[in-house]
Design a protein around this ligand. Structure first.
Ligand SMILES: [Zn+2]
Length: 265
């Protein structure tokens, strides 16, 4: 089927999908949904790469070390660099700062170091960044991330599951970072203003499956195929024609990840 949707941040590579990866991926591809399986540590990054190799077009991978694994697993620069060099890998991340799950100042310092290392990997490989940022009791992770991005990043990227302020969103956009939204927008109106803010070419749809299922399957397992519901809702929230938004969201994914030169022409 002709691809029409792009789930720019999903996790068929996580253990929730063991044994049904093929079913979940084919279900999406058959519905015209492309996806990026996002790595969260070295093991899930390798799994994401392996999944891409098995399907080719429409199934891509990122390689990254999620900030919540700081203090639990070791980040090894060379291993991540080598894995991220694979042609299947379209971005580096998810990486960033999480001040909700991690509050110890020593670990936050380490989060920043590992984030900067991953920005450097992205710079070296000229691949975009897939950001995970969450503020919390330990402070404003968006402000700190912006500071590091301004200092170090020489590539664009996407800020996944964006939950910062309007001003922070504007800063990300001005630095060339798109914002992506999950199924939460289908049942909560908290993000409506943010969803309307970016120019259409800087918005993305994602499922973050198996987490945050959209309204129609709330409480059940989330899957990449449900990105269609997220994309439809983004169009409604923005008061823009569904067809225009769907087309733009797909092209936005292709452009950021550099994956579909001319396939639609
Ligand atoms: Zn994620």
């Amino acid at each position: 089927m002709k691809p029409s949707y792009f789930d720019v941040h999903t996790h068929v590579n996580l253990k929730n999908f063991i044994g049904k990866e093929d079913e979940v991926i084919k279900e999406a591809l058959n519905a015209g949904v492309w996806m990026v399986n996002v790595g969260t540590d070295i093991e899930t990054s390798r799994k994401a790469v392996a999944l891409s190799e098995g399907y080719g077009k429409g199934v891509y991978a990122t390689v990254g070390f999620h900030p919540i694994y700081i203090g639990k697993e070791k980040f090894e620069y060379e291993t991540f660099f080598d894995t991220a060099s694979s042609p299947e890998v379209v971005a580096v991340g998810e990486c960033g700062l999480d001040y909700f799950h991690i509050r110890d100042p020593h670990l936050i310092k380490e989060q920043k170091e590992v984030f900067v290392s991953q920005i450097e990997i992205a710079n070296r490989l000229k691949k975009p960044l897939m950001l995970h940022i969450r503020s919390g009791p330990a402070g404003n992770a968006y402000a700190d991330s912006l500071e590091l991005i301004k200092l170090y990043a020489r590539v664009p990227g996407n800020s996944h599951f964006f939950s910062g302020t309007i001003d922070e969103a504007k800063e990300f956009l001005s630095l060339g970072f798109s914002l992506s939204f999950t199924g939460v927008v289908t049942f909560a109106s908290d993000y409506d203003e943010l969803v309307r803010l970016p120019p259409l070419e800087m918005v993305m749809a994602e499922t973050d499956a198996p987490y945050v299922s959209p309204l129609s399957v709330r409480g059940k397992e989330n899957r990449p195929v449900y990105v269609r519901e997220v994309a439809d809702r983004i169009a409604d929230i923005r008061f823009e024609p569904n067809e225009d938004v769907i087309g733009a969201l797909f092209e936005n994914g292709c452009r950021l990840f550099n994956v579909c030169t001319g396939h639609r022409s």
